[in-house]
Design a protein around this ligand. Structure first.
Ligand SMILES: [Cu+2]
Length: 325
């Protein structure tokens, strides 16, 4: 989704309508506000974005909603003739000189090349030179900082500069939570997030040692595996049990699995204890739990990831997974 339209995709009538709306908006005070924007670093972007937002608010309130977000003018193209205008022209606000500056966006500012920038302030500093050249190659009012915004093309030109910052902003994405996923599902989630699968570290199930199968017998509350209604359906039990066990295995490293039992130490049967867990009659699954745990063999599961879930990472970067196999 491009967040701004190209000025050249508008009809001449639409451009005329937009120019007139901008000219109506441009009071001396609005024009004067431009000099308060810091023209370097991150503020080159944020300052002008806020400045454009003022115009967009006006457009929304004055029948110009179709022009919000404000369309950009691409500096590779000639300025449309409708935009050869200056508010209150005069000696202090000379007409534009060159409607075809021919200064296209340098390739390093194209998406996704712009993602190479780690720091948007550096991007702002690097853009400033080309940005200034466009202003002064157009000339006239556009080359005079205190009054440049009196030219309607100023606004669409800065919408173009803003688009570069917007591109940079979409270079970073949140890393999805992949815990418990198979590799295939993890891959899909990563792709949907604009990321890719990196290195895989596989831990054999024996890595969990006693925390794997013995968990069945040392569960803090084995009563939840018992059928309280001996003749009732057991499917619900199976489902929630799988869920519980999966949660244990994917979220806790091996030592923690045993730690977990201490939460209910008072009522649980700890490993090695000879004490009977409860007076209930055990379900067949509990007595012989292996068939129910086959789901753990349906392919490796993610137990850790780097970068962490929800960390902000660059789009297109890779995420390393640790899998229990
Ligand atoms: Cu500018």
């Amino acid at each position: 989704m491009a967040h701004r339209a190209d000025l050249n995709s508008l009809t001449p009538a639409e451009r005329t309508q937009l120019v007139n709306l901008i000219l109506n908006y441009l009071t001396d005070s609005v024009v004067a506000d431009h000099v308060s924007i810091v023209h370097s670093g991150l503020e080159l972007f944020t300052g002008h974005r806020a400045y454009i937002l003022g115009l967009e608010s006006y457009l929304l309130a004055n029948g110009g909603a179709p022009f919000v977000p404000l369309p950009f003018w691409n500096s590779a193209d000639p300025i449309p003739p409708e935009f050869n205008a200056v508010k209150n022209p005069g000696p202090g606000r000379p007409p534009l000189v060159n409607l075809n500056p021919g200064l296209p966006k340098p390739p390093e500012f194209e998406y996704p090349a712009v993602c190479e920038y780690d720091d948007p302030a550096q991007l702002g500093n690097d853009i400033n030179g080309w940005h200034g050249s466009v202003h002064c190659t157009i000339g006239g009012t556009m080359c005079m900082l205190p009054v440049a915004s009196a030219a309607p093309i100023f606004w669409c030109w800065h919408a173009f500069v803003d688009h570069i910052y917007w591109d940079w902003q979409r270079c970073t994405v949140p890393c999805p939570d992949l815990s418990g996923c198979t590799v295939e599902i993890a891959k899909r989630k990563l792709k949907a997030a604009g990321l890719a699968l990196g290195a895989k570290t596989c831990l054999p199930e024996s890595t969990l040692g006693s925390g794997y199968r013995p968990l069945v017998g040392t569960d803090p509350d084995p009563s939840r595996y018992f059928h309280h209604q001996p003749n009732g359906h057991s499917e619900h039990h199976h489902a929630s049990r799988e869920h519980d066990m999966a949660a244990h295995l994917v979220h806790a490293p091996a030592p923690a699995l045993r730690e977990g039992t201490s939460r209910h130490a008072g009522t649980s049967q700890l490993a090695g204890s000879s004490e009977a867990p409860h007076d209930h009659v055990a379900s067949p699954e509990f007595v012989d739990p292996m068939p129910d745990y086959e789901y753990l063999r349906r392919g490796p599961r993610v137990i850790a990831q780097c970068p962490a879930a929800y960390a902000t990472v660059k789009a297109g970067s890779t995420v390393d997974l640790t899998l229990l196999v």
